[in-house]
Design a protein around this ligand. Structure first.
Ligand SMILES: [Fe+2]
Length: 390
């Protein structure tokens, strides 16, 4: 029996979300409906080998010409964007389809903007200044192969500028994907630790968004749905790469968390996770997984009622407890979930050296997420949280 493909629109994003098993093949009609006859796929080398990508190209034959740029690196660089832009212009791409994890989707957004104006990416290495796009950007379609980043529904693109060694978040409404394709069949190739790390990244997005100083009733509703979804589906999705309902549940939770944090930003955990990746190459989701319960414990006193709600969303028994008692169960519930799915729990276990903590604290304090953290945080606080996670 053919599976149902669902198309949804959300208030928070102009991105149309198409979901269901087989949605990637079905997106051909979506592209044709936009009048697209030439599409550039942007991905990494592994994804380029997936049979689903070949099947998509085959089903486009005679209707849409497909070219593949497989040079999107794990932390995409300005060079990747420039190269992909050149390929796209030469091919005459009318749309760009990013297939992969956050890196490939972010790279695809940059490439789409670069196709519209040759040399654009070189002008965007300007920390602290808004991303500038004054030209037409071809439509972007995102097809996530991990359930974590939420990049498929937001206008962010994290690009590393090689010469200055700066990792910047580009953010412009022209970078919103026109369409996000959530096909759980695209998640089956990710190894277990990638599924776990991506899932705990999504949980971190949802929890940090829930308690952000910018949270609203609407963003909390989304974040709550995402927290519930991760708690329900991550253990199954981690244990079995063929459990389609669980993979689809995780894909949805990650996307919904993306809707929420695009408006609230994140907090102490993401601020502190970035230096772990930059200095020690710890994958983003793993860094978040390790730091999340520690960051939550630091934040508890700022909003015990919100953390009590998070504890309940994660399945903790909070009946009859005071707000403070229930709140304390939230980081415990995260630790239980992380243990159940086999995530690393200390920075030492992933090669972080204690001697780097002061330097990492300096870098963490520069993050824009610091400003929306529910509890004011100092460099000394960050050092203490890092020490607790060693
Ligand atoms: Fe993240």
């Amino acid at each position: 029996m053919p599976e149902t493909i669902r198309t949804e629109c959300f208030d928070e994003t102009p991105t149309r979300v198409v979901s269901g098993r087989g949605a990637l093949a079905g997106s051909r009609a979506c592209l044709a409906g936009m009048g697209i006859s030439r599409v550039l796929i942007v991905c990494g080398e592994n994804v380029a080998q997936l049979p689903q990508v070949a099947e998509f190209a085959a089903c486009c034959e005679g209707c849409i010409d497909v070219a593949i740029f497989s040079g999107a690196e794990p932390d995409p660089t300005d060079g990747n964007v420039r190269d992909g832009g050149a390929v796209g212009r030469e091919f005459g791409a009318q749309a760009v389809m990013g297939i992969g994890g956050g890196s490939s989707m972010d790279c695809a957004k940059g490439i789409a903007a670069e196709i519209g104006a040759e040399g654009w990416i070189a002008t965007q290495d300007r920390p602290g200044e808004p991303t500038q796009i004054d030209h037409e950007v071809p439509p972007i379609v995102c097809v996530p192969t991990t359930a974590g980043t939420g990049s498929e529904v937001n206008p962010f693109s994290v690009i590393t500028f090689t010469e200055t060694k700066r990792k910047l978040v580009l953010n412009h409404e022209a970078l919103y994907p026109r369409c996000a394709v959530l096909d759980p069949g695209m998640l089956t190739s990710a190894p277990k630790m990638v599924r776990v790390a991506a899932g705990l990244d999504a949980l971190t997005h949802a929890i940090e968004s829930y308690v952000s100083t910018r949270a609203t009733e609407a963003t909390r509703r989304r974040a709550a749905e995402a927290i519930r979804g991760v708690a329900q589906f991550l253990p199954r999705a981690a244990a079995d790469a063929e459990d389609m309902p669980a993979l689809a549940g995780m894909q949805r939770a990650a996307m919904i968390a993306g809707l929420s944090f695009a408006h609230t930003r994140l907090g102490i955990v993401h601020a502190m996770a970035l230096p772990l990746s930059a200095l020690f190459g710890v994958p983003h989701g793993v860094a978040n997984a390790i730091l999340l319960p520690h960051g939550m414990r630091f934040n508890l006193e700022a909003d015990p009622a919100a953390f009590a709600e998070i504890a309940e969303l994660l399945g903790a028994q909070v009946e009859g407890l005071s707000a403070a008692e229930a709140a304390a169960l939230a980081p415990e519930a995260v630790e239980l979930l992380a243990a159940e799915v086999g995530a690393p729990t200390t920075m030492g276990a992933v090669g972080v050296e204690a001697s780097a903590i002061e330097r990492m604290a300096d870098d963490a304090m520069k993050s824009a997420h610091v400003q929306v953290n529910p509890r004011a945080m100092s460099r000394e606080d960050v050092i203490a949280v890092y020490r607790g996670a060693m």
